[in-house]
Design a protein around this ligand. Structure first.
Ligand code: SAM
Length: 229
């Protein structure tokens, strides 16, 4: 049998892809067993949804899907009660998950699977509450930036990723850096570095505006004059 195609949730698609991409997916059983080894990476209370995960060869998202499901498990509308807070918390859980794959088809599938996890959590948990349009656009914006197509062996230092830092009232401050930026300005300041300032939002962005403002926000000129006067 030359090129047997497996079910897309099976462990291989084709023999060619196993040869060219080393594409052998991890079975759900092993995904769960491995994630069970790191229980403290997942939220047990209200405060820990922002722990970051990066899967550098994420395939169609077997690990990402389960990571997101575990993060969302503690986010309950019955506890949060306000739609805006509920949606912001779910977006925080999503925005701290990153996946990279060299294959565009895998990237698209991983994004779709994460979207499905968010959607089904919302509908099962919040019951009759409808997701706002701003939330849906925020989910899509985050999936586009966080689930990336790149060659992790050749492009990690030239592939941009966004750190979504949660703020008050449903906002984020986004800080852009390269995926392989081990000497981040925030964590290891280098006073002699001639490198450019990291790209970042000067004004917090509400989650409903993430898609509409893909570039860093700037303080309006009249406001910065007022501050420096
Ligand atoms: C063994 S599969 C693992 C998929 C997933 N992590 C899982 O466990 O189910 C390897 C994946 O790595 C991707 N890949 C291969 N070379 C890569 C590279 N240089 N950069 C990023 N992804 C790569 C392939 O497209 C494939 O989806």
């Amino acid at each position: 049998m030359a090129n047997a195609t497996a079910d897309h949730r099976g462990q291989i698609r084709t023999r060619d892809r196993v040869r060219s991409l080393a594409e052998v997916y991890t079975h759900e059983r092993e995904v769960n067993a491995m994630l069970d080894l790191i229980p403290d990476m997942f939220p047990t209370s209200f405060s820990d949804v922002d722990v970051k995960f990066l899967e550098p060869a994420c395939g169609s998202g077997n690990f990402l899907e389960e990571i997101l499901r575990r993060k969302l498990a503690t986010i309950r509308f019955s506890r949060i009660k306000a739609v805006a807070n509920y949606e912001h918390r779910m977006l925080r859980a999503l925005a701290s998950i990153y996946g990279v794959d060299i294959c565009a088809e895998n990237v698209a599938e991983a994004r779709d699977r994460l979207l499905d996890v968010v959607r089904s959590h919302y509908y099962c948990d919040a019951n009759t509450i409808e997701p706002t349009d701003g939330f849906v656009s925020g989910v899509r914006a985050i999936l586009v930036t966080n689930i990336m197509r790149a060659d992790m062996l050749a492009q990690a230092d030239t592939t941009e990723a966004i750190d979504y830092r949660p703020g008050r009232h449903g906002t984020f401050i986004r800080v852009w850096s390269m995926l392989d930026d081990s000497a981040s300005v925030e964590t290891a300041p280098d006073l002699f570095s001639q490198g450019p300032e990291p790209k970042r939002d000067e004004v917090p962005v509400h989650y409903s505006r993430l898609a509409a403002t893909p570039e860093p926000t700037r303080v309006p000129a009249f406001a910065s004059k007022a501050v420096s006067a």
